[in-house]
Design a protein around this ligand. Structure first.
Ligand SMILES: Cc1ncc(COP(=O)(O)O)c(C=O)c1O
Length: 413
């Protein structure tokens, strides 16, 4: 068994008891399964069959060096949304031509670095941004490789905070404006249009928006080709959802087939930018029960030592994560409101959960926390960023040590 499963009633990661890791490293601690990470990457890669494609893993989901280094050895490329992510990718050994650079607000300094590095593409999000790239490239005496992020006005049917493909969202250039922009590239001297790009949202569990977006992207590519623009590839973004609650979600094969079917007539290679679907199920956040106290006639609060400062998703999106005791106690199910230690009423990690009885000192795992977990951790309430552990080949190692108060105070006068 790879990933998180029970052996002798104890929740393990690739067979290593999570309680052993928690006892040695303290809590809260993020634990990742290298085997699950490899499995997810390879499964997605295989889903495209022999259709030309490149997986640009989205660093925003989780860019801990050991994890992205592992993905690099598997053949992954990079989707970065800031020059800091680009720099991390470079430090890990990715080549500039393996990196696409997204983001709705790129500073001049970021664009200058991106142009100088000659990245695979700078995905421009507005007409003005295109002009800024052009001016920078012209000043440097070079030609910048750009892709246009198209806003297709498609509802991803995900949470509003992570739906990005509607006209009212801040992302990309409306499709009609792209149609006007395309012919202008023949005359542009400092930018080379290498691709069209879309990303309609994250945690998408309905294939219709993905199919719709892929078809629009393909139609637009035909228009570009008719306008005499030799695109190198189409970038379909990320977005595939994972099952947080055990419900059915589309498979990697459904996802890849939707893109390949729509894009094959253009004969262009496909780039995808998955984050969550690769790393999400490969990570869990392990915490300890600090306190128990009455809540209602039928439920108790279980206060744990991980909250919105370690995993922001429940507070930010009302997101659901399965929470499991690492060693289940004997007894009937009890109702708990699992809350974090942060001084905010919104710091609820799991509402109304039916769990085997908990006691102070017990360890619990917050499941499927590999994506948008550690990367969003904050120092709110002066809490240190948790440690991260990678389990591999029956052993485990700390891949990011726990932050200390001295680390934090070192930045202050
Ligand atoms: C431009 C872009 N690409 C890729 C991703 C990764 O998405 P996901 O983690 O849902 O696959 C995101 C995240 O929202 C994004 O904004």
């Amino acid at each position: 068994m790879i990933g998180f499963s029970r052996t002798d009633e104890i929740l393990t990661c690739d067979g290593v008891p999570l309680s052993a890791i928690a006892a040695a490293e303290g809590t809260p601690v993020y634990v990742y399964s290298a085997a699950m990470l490899r499995h997810r990457y390879r499964e997605l890669d295989a889903a495209f069959g022999d259709y030309p494609h490149a997986i640009h893993y989205a660093f925003k989901a989780n860019s801990t060096r050991a994890l992205v280094a592992e993905l690099r050895t598997l053949g992954s490329c990079v989707d970065a949304v800031s020059m800091w992510e680009v720099e991390v990718a470079r430090k890990v050994g990715f080549e500039p031509r393996q990196i696409v650079f997204d983001g709705v607000g790129k500073s001049d300094a970021e664009l200058e670095s991106a142009v100088a590095l000659d990245l695979k593409a700078i995905n421009v999000e507005s007409h003005r941004e295109l002009q800024r790239v052009e001016a920078i490239a012209a000043r440097m005496g070079t030609v910048a490789r750009v892709a246009i992020r198209v806003n297709p006005d498609i509802d991803a049917k995900s949470h509003p905070h992570i739906s990005t493909g509607l006209k009212v969202n801040k992302f990309g250039i409306p499709i009609g404006d792209v149609q006007t922009l395309l012919p202008t590239f023949k005359a542009r001297r400092a930018t080379h249009l290498v691709a069209l790009h879309m990303h309609v949202g994250s945690q998408i569990t309905n294939m219709d928006p993905i199919r719709g977006a892929a078809l629009k992207l393909a139609e637009l590519a035909h228009e570009a080709q008719h306008a005499g623009i030799a695109l190198e590839y189409l970038d379909a973004g990320g977005g595939l959802g994972i099952s947080y609650d055990g419900g059915a979600v589309p498979s990697f094969r459904d996802y890849a087939t939707a893109f390949v079917d729509a894009i094959r007539p253009t004969r262009l290679p496909i780039v995808v930018e998955p984050g969550r679907s690769i790393i999400g199920p490969a990570g869990a956040l392990v915490a300890r029960v600090l306190d128990l106290k009455p809540r209602t006639a039928t439920s108790e609060f279980a206060v744990i030592d991980a909250g919105m400062s370690e995993l922001m998703r429940p507070a930010l999106y009302n997101a659901f994560h399965l929470i499991e005791p690492i060693a289940a106690r004997i007894g009937g199910l009890k109702q708990y409101e699992i809350v974090g230690p942060v001084c905010e009423s919104g710091d609820v990690v799991g509402r109304d959960r039916m769990l085997t009885p908990l006691d102070v000192g017990d360890f619990v795992a917050i499941c499927d926390a590999g994506a948008y977990g550690a990367v969003m951790a904050s120092n709110y309430n002066r809490r240190p960023i948790p440690a991260e552990v990678l389990v591999d080949n029956g052993g485990w190692r700390v891949v990011r040590r726990r932050q200390t108060l001295n680390d934090l105070l070192a930045l202050e006068a």
